[in-house]
Design a protein around this ligand. Structure first.
Ligand SMILES: NC(=O)c1ccc[n+]([C@@H]2O[C@H](COP(=O)([O-])OP(=O)(O)OC[C@H]3O[C@@H](n4cnc5c(N)ncnc54)[C@H](O)[C@@H]3O)[C@@H](O)[C@H]2O)c1
Length: 341
């Protein structure tokens, strides 16, 4: 694989879960690359997620992607060859219970500001917009269908709708201005540094406190899981060899129902199924996500190296070994937390 050489990569939203893992990977695997990370450090982002990385290779800037002046300054100063955007409001429950505005502001308006400023860069090789399979909406439980890049956009939550808006704006910048945009749509990630408001770390925290896991509805909703490291391998390839104007689905074919996941979780704490309870379903709760990633495998030469079966226990162990980090992230997140999967 060709590498980044001594290129500068600007990473937006790199202090969150996937972005911080991405930066660690790039700095470890591409020894001459430089990374500039701009992140607003919302409740979901933390400098702690980037601790220990050399300031010689990583420049951190606190800033908002919806602030055009800041984005313009970063681009003018650092003149990146590659740009990747992870910055987003990401919590579906917050988008339902707290309103869509913050989601639209960052995920749609912020993305359009990045794209507009990126147009002024000379020598930009690629702009990767990191998106989600949730833009496709849901599949029925009883079908074998998977989302392809040609599936219609049919988001059901305000989060997913705001991400779909960002995708469409990104696409239009390729069609209109030939900005070298690539969009990636990935399934549910798991791995180190995932914010404790999300299903797996949240459940680890609850079980560690002797509490149980509560599932929405009947718990039979299915999610397609992928290890964050596999997602980031695909993102590196999308930056290096993704074709401008294309969309790549990323998924590891690891479909697990929420109930099966809860059973694995309680078992790893030596608890029985009585530690699992059920609550009223989430409004618009998507039944099943499943993603066909054959295009990324074929055209980017990507394949996942983790399986949920093997990488689940090390992920749980990581959270158990980072209790202090979990508590600090949880505290910053304030009142609204996911109590229910
Ligand atoms: N987590 C998943 O399972 C998953 C799956 C598919 C796609 N994605 C996408 O990947 C990206 C990263 O997700 P994540 O799980 O790491 O999210 P996260 O919530 O852990 O991190 C988001 C980061 O964006 C930053 N941010 C938020 N608003 C900002 C703004 N206005 N300006 C600058 N920075 C801002 C936050 O401070 C945080 O560091 C998102 O775009 C998300 O839609 C996530």
């Amino acid at each position: 694989m060709q590498g980044f050489g001594d290129a500068t990569i600007v990473v937006f939203g790199g202090a969150g879960f996937i972005g911080s893992n991405f930066i660690r990977k790039v700095l470890a695997e591409h020894p001459n690359a430089r990374v500039v990370c701009l992140d607003a450090l919302t409740y979901a982002g933390s400098r702690e997620n980037l601790a220990g990385l050399s300031p010689k290779r990583l420049t951190f800037i606190k800033g908002d992607i919806a602030d055009r002046a800041v984005v313009s300054r970063v681009f003018k100063k650092h003149r990146p060859s590659y740009v990747i955007n992870f910055a987003a409001e990401t919590h579906v429950d917050r988008s339902i219970h707290e309103g869509a505005e913050a989601f639209v502001r960052t995920n749609a308006l912020g993305t359009s500001i990045l794209l507009g400023e990126a147009r002024k860069l000379s020598g930009l090789k690629k702009f990767v917009q990191v998106s989600t399979d949730e833009v496709y909406g849901a599949l029925p439980l009883d079908s074998k269908k998977k989302f392809t890049e040609n599936s219609p956009l049919a988001p059901t939550s305000p989060y997913a709708a705001s991400k779909a808006a960002g995708d469409l704006i990104a696409r239009s910048f390729f069609a209109t201005y030939r900005l070298p945009v690539v969009i990636t749509r990935c399934s549910n990630n798991y791995g180190p540094y995932q914010h404790p408001e999300k299903l797996i770390p949240y459940s680890v925290m609850r079980l560690g406190q002797g509490k149980g896991v509560t599932l929405y509805g009947d718990g039979l909703n299915v999610r397609d899981w992928i290890h964050v490291d596999d997602h980031n391998d695909a993102l590196v390839l999308a930056l290096l060899s993704g074709k401008p104007g294309e969309i790549y689905n990323i998924g590891a074919n690891d479909e697990v129902s929420n109930l099966d996941l809860a059973k694995r979780l309680v078992k790893s704490f030596a608890r029985g199924d009585e530690a699992i309870s059920f609550a009223k379903d989430r409004p618009g709760h998507d039944r099943r996500y499943a993603i066909d990633s054959s295009k990324a495998r074929r055209e980017l030469g990507w394949k996942p190296r983790h399986t949920f079966k093997r990488s689940f226990a090390p992920t749980i162990a990581w959270f158990q070994g980072h209790e202090g980090w979990m508590k600090r992230m949880q505290k910053r997140a304030g009142a609204i937390n996911t109590h229910i999967v």
